[in-house]
Design a protein around this ligand. Sequence first.
Ligand code: ATP
Length: 365
Amino acid sequence: MKVVLKNLTKRFPSRTKKGDDVIAVNDFNFEIPDGKLIGLLGPSGCGKSTTLNLISGLEAPTSGQIFFGDDDVTRLPPENRGVGLVFQNYALYPHLTVQDNILFPLQSMKGKNKPGKQEMLDKAREAARLVQIDELMDRKPSELSGGQQQRVAIARALVKMPRVLLLDEPLSNLDARLRLQTREEIRRIQQETGVTTIFVTHDQDEAMSISDMIVVMKAGVVQQIGQPQDVYDDPENLFVATFLGTPPINVFDGRVANGMLMLGDQAVLPVKGAPDGPVTAAIRPEGFVLDAAGPFRCALQRVEVMGRDTSVVSTHPASRNAVVRSIIPARQRPDAALETVRFSLMPEKVHLFDPETGNRVRFDL
Ligand code: ATP
């Protein structure tokens, strides 16, 4: 089911006379293709949950429209939209077995579409099989691990075969290992069912690893939409560049002079096509190449072994961050006793931004 958001806006009125209204979602336009998994990503308070609540119908928009396929669902109550919802807190019924928890949405149905008893059981078993908890149907939630509880919550959201599946930080309560495993499960389940899914998280790794497309939001405004790798490789503004990537991108105050990027007094990279003047330069940690004759010179602080890679931690006078972090293959590890470490830069890993607006300034690669 394709989902279309048209000029979607949600304004929460201020609680005090003098306070400003909060625009939690500001003119959101997006067409979510049928059967895709979309990661909605951004820092706390950027409007992710509000967007999801608007799509589910738990909140009404101040303006704009929502379509599921060709149906305008903007004014439909949540129960008539055909959405499956999973929240951070699984909210399973503690006194019901796993099976009864999964059956609950079917049993609550009214009217002629309500399935018969056997059909309900079949649907519940099918949903449980999909999330691989069919062995646990007779247990109570307190007898399950966190990951198993979350699977029950997902089975319960899937049992009515929703038109759209909405997941709001579904993995937050799980430990790191289980998080990793469960996110892969979510991907598998989504691909097996083909249900259009919107997944809210503040964890960029999580969103990037399982999404067909990501939407990066800041203060209610969409910053960029695209395939995860494209957004990482080609950020439209400094916010997106700094939000995506671990370790984070290194940010410098620099300038462009005669087609060269200057960081301090070092001419570090030709950037033909970028206008002369001050610029914010951001360099991905993997964009540094150890090079004894390289133009980019940093004061070496320490070398951290990370197994496959080595992290070289240094300082540079033009850096906005306390340290510059570069990632190089382990076998190229520099001598930790060196005072200065020299690099050349991979041009495609260097992004320039307007210091005033934060918008991308492009140069010829
Ligand atoms: P988090 O990751 O912390 O859950 P989020 O990106 O999901 O954050 P939202 O919960 O959508 O953010 O909130 C967006 C903005 O709207 C925030 O500034 C929040 O304080 C505000 N907001 C959310 N709900 C209400 C409400 N019912 N009344 C007033 N303001 C609200």
